[in-house]
Design a protein around this ligand. Structure first.
Ligand SMILES: [Zn+2]
Length: 276
């Protein structure tokens, strides 16, 4: 068990500060925001043109108001997973939520059981538990351009057909998956809001952003097939005083860079304290 202590949320039952983190995500590989519903499949198929000898595509982006979107829940899941995995590797114990475990299954040896509500781990404090909303809220990521401008070229050779494994092929009764991803280079924007954020959790977010610059952060479907790497960039952070509600500070440019660097140092102290 680690002796590392994270800073508990300040004013757990009272709102001191509110934060808004605006960021951009750029697909550095084709990205499939997730398997779409039938309506989206038909719509995307109609934009691409009926040149393929196949029924509707198996995977298309999720569409909302003509933009491709990644749901806030999916984004939050990626952040939660990366932070949990990093803390676990650094011997800072984090719990496994019961919903992730099968019946009668125990958490891995280096993870603890689901936190009790009055003693949350770092991850549960900031990302929440099944019974309690966390302090962080993730918006949808929405493509800057409309869907017509972010799909692969209408030249059908540009549309990936992924070979299925023998096992999956038997189940699907066909050899290929027909995928219409959003193009590499597609930009998405979104925001994260937070309550009473500590420098450590800001730093954890900055750490995920840094990892994304090296290709380690992936969103959406078919990640194991090479889809979904995104590069994240924080554009602006606003800090508000909660009562009375008032913008206290806007971080941009150099000041934003300094805030991210110093927060990341606090987070890195937390993970280094867990080592050994
Ligand atoms: Zn926990």
């Amino acid at each position: 068990m680690s002796t590392s202590q994270f800073k508990p949320m300040e004013g757990f039952h009272k709102l001191e500060t509110l934060w808004r983190i605006e960021y951009e995500a750029t697909a550095v590989e084709p990205l499939i925001t997730k398997a779409g519903d039938e309506e989206s499949q038909e719509y995307v198929d109609s934009i691409i043109g009926k040149s393929l000898q196949k029924d509707l595509p198996d995977f298309v982006p999720i569409l909302l108001d003509n933009k491709a979107v990644v749901t806030g829940n999916a984004v939050k899941g990626v952040f939660r997973h990366v932070v949990s995995a990093q803390l676990t590797a650094a011997n800072v114990r984090v719990c496994v939520q019961n919903v992730k475990l099968g019946e009668g299954e125990s958490p891995p040896a280096d993870r603890k059981d689901q936190c009790s509500p009055d003693d949350p781990c770092f991850v549960c404090t900031w990302f929440g538990t099944a019974s309690r909303q966390g302090a962080l809220y993730f918006s949808f990521l929405e493509s800057v351009e409309t869907v017509e401008n972010i799909l692969p070229s209408t030249d059908s050779s540009a549309i990936p057909m992924l070979a299925l494994s023998d096992k999956n092929m038997a189940a699907a009764k066909r050899a290929f998956l027909y995928v219409i991803p959003v193009r590499k280079g597609t930009k998405f924007t979104g925001w994260i809001t937070g309550e009473n954020l500590s420098d450590e959790i800001l730093g954890a977010i900055a750490e995920v952003v840094e990892m994304s610059r090296h290709g380690f952060i992936k969103f959406g479907g078919l990640k194991t097939r090479g889809y979904g790497a995104v590069k994240l960039e924080v554009k602006k952070i606003e800090k508000y005083k909660a009562a009375p509600f008032k913008l206290e500070k806007e971080y941009l440019g150099d000041e934003l860079g300094e805030l991210l660097t110093s927060s990341r140092e606090s987070y890195r102290k937390l993970i280094t304290a867990g080592e050994g």
